[in-house]
Design a binder for this molecule. Structure first.
Ligand SMILES: NC(=O)C[C@H]([NH3+])C(=O)NS(=O)(=O)OC[C@H]1O[C@@H](n2cnc3c(N)ncnc32)[C@H](O)[C@@H]1O
Ligand SMILES: [Mg+2]
Length: 430
């Protein structure tokens, strides 16, 4: 007997082949002499045709509803009008699960579609995006592993604010205050004294004040930390990491990029170019030339990032920030103590920051001073300070926003479509 084939295999089968496929009813058209049923599976769609002259088959075909799960058996026939140029002449149709009236018919509001995200994720557009996301994740993991970095598993329940107290989500931990992790960084810094080069992929949580198209409240955070590497060493590694993800999508997800009508030129150019380093000083000058009322020491926010990246096709590094703009753990520049060895990777086409990283302050007394300057309680960071008391080493690290990287590579307008279940200011359902 014939075994089940994917929609891709069916469309690739030659005329006259007998095939069996299964999936969900994506579209249905009821005509006088035929009923067209388009079946969707994880690989794509296939048009199946029921001839009305077959009464028993027609009864089943009339009964089937959108998103019903079905098994189909029949013979492949070429027809240029059908998706992929092939269709199946149905000889057997088994309704596995008859669907209720499917609530998505087209034209629904974004808010309503987010309310039924658990059903909207079946849509072809989100399915293409989730395949791109999976390929990005696979490439990122493989890049670390193939370069000999060790995956570690940091805690999510923590008592340390890494990126400031304003975006912490507090958790009641049996009467003690804890927080959902903003970043695994400090725990990765522990691990470099044994494994030297480590990485983790975890959810990070940010109680963001601003609602923008590139902020989630729970996002997927790929972080790396390495002993002996300085800021520029780490920037070189990050460039290779990001390029590996872009290359994987260009090589393996062409169908999806074309379905999304993503202009691939910037991605292709990214692979052919090296990422420029633009210092904060230079960025301020560029913004002033563009008419921004900005001076040295001001923050470079979303609008400024957009202006700096809008007309570019290749990511670039923004480096050497004023100390007061950045986190306490960043190492100050010996030549310019008012500047820290921090870097952000800015994605082109207006997407902005996708990676934040730095060389870390490895001197105990300077780090302690920076903690105090930042109005933090040194007692909360005693274990982190300890790392500078027992064989401290120069070291650097970074955090990459997976959802932001997917948003840029797939060319999305809003970060919410880069992740299956976006956590937004008003949304933790479904
Ligand atoms: N190990 C490290 O050195 C990471 C460091 N402690 C850190 O958390 N840096 S970061 O705050 O810039 O966040 C890193 C990246 O994490 C992403 N990010 C940061 N915040 C968000 C939100 N709210 N939504 C989505 N993505 C976000 C964005 O791409 C940032 O560049
Ligand atoms: Mg940042």
């Amino acid at each position: 007997s014939v075994s089940f084939m994917s929609s891709r295999e069916v469309v690739a089968s030659s005329e006259g082949s007998r095939v069996k496929l299964r999936g969900w009813v994506y579209r249905k058209r009821d005509l006088s002499s035929k009923i067209f049923i388009v079946v969707r599976d994880s690989e794509g769609i296939v048009q199946c045709v029921v001839d009305r002259s077959n009464e028993e088959l027609s009864k089943a075909a009339e009964k089937v509803t959108i998103e019903s799960s079905v098994e189909v058996e029949g013979v492949v026939r070429s027809d240029q009008r059908a998706p992929g140029g092939k269709e199946v002449n149905v000889e057997r149709l088994n309704i596995v699960g008859l669907a209720d009236d499917f609530p998505i018919k087209g034209g629904e509001s974004v808010d309503y579609l987010l309310d039924i995200r658990h059903l909207w994720l079946r849509s072809r557009r989100l399915t293409q995006i989730m395949r791109i996301r999976a390929t990005v994740l696979e490439a990122l993991r493989n890049y670390f592993i193939s370069n000999g970095w060790w995956e570690v598993s940091p805690p999510i329940l923590t008592q340390s604010a890494v990126e400031g107290g304003a975006t912490l989500f507090p958790v009641d931990f049996f009467g003690r205050k804890a927080y959902l992790s903003q970043s695994a960084q400090f725990y990765l810094e522990v691990m470099i004294f044994s494994l030297e080069r480590v990485w983790s992929l975890t959810p990070s949580f940010r109680a963001e004040r601003s609602r923008t198209r590139r902020h989630l409240y729970e996002y997927w955070h790929l972080e790396g930390e390495a002993a002996w590497m300085d800021m520029h060493d780490m920037m070189k590694f990050v460039e290779g990491l990001v390029k590996s993800a872009v290359k994987a999508v260009l090589d393996k997800r062409q169908e999806e990029l074309q379905f999304l009508r993503r202009n691939q030129e910037p991605l292709e150019e990214t692979l052919k170019s090296s990422f420029e380093e633009v210092t904060y000083d230079e960025a301020i000058e560029r913004l002033q030339k563009r008419g921004f009322k900005i001076k040295w020491g001001d923050d470079i926010g979303a609008d400024e990032e957009k202006a700096l990246t809008q007309d570019l096709s290749v990511p670039f590094f923004l480096t050497m920030f004023p100390k007061h703009l950045k986190s306490f753990y960043m190492k100050t520049c010996d030549r310019r103590p008012e500047v820290v060895l921090g870097f952000d990777l800015e994605a082109p086409e207006g997407y902005g920051e996708v990676v934040g990283g730095s060389q870390r302050e490895d001197r105990y007394d300077v780090l302690l001073q920076r903690i105090k300057e930042s109005n933090l309680n040194p007692d909360d960071y005693q274990w982190y300070l300890d790392l500078r008391r027992y064989g401290s080493v120069p070291h650097s690290g970074f955090g990459l926003g997976v959802d932001r990287l997917v948003m840029w590579i797939a060319g999305l307008d809003h970060i919410r479509d880069s992740i299956p279940f976006p956590r937004l200011r008003e949304r933790i359902y479904p």
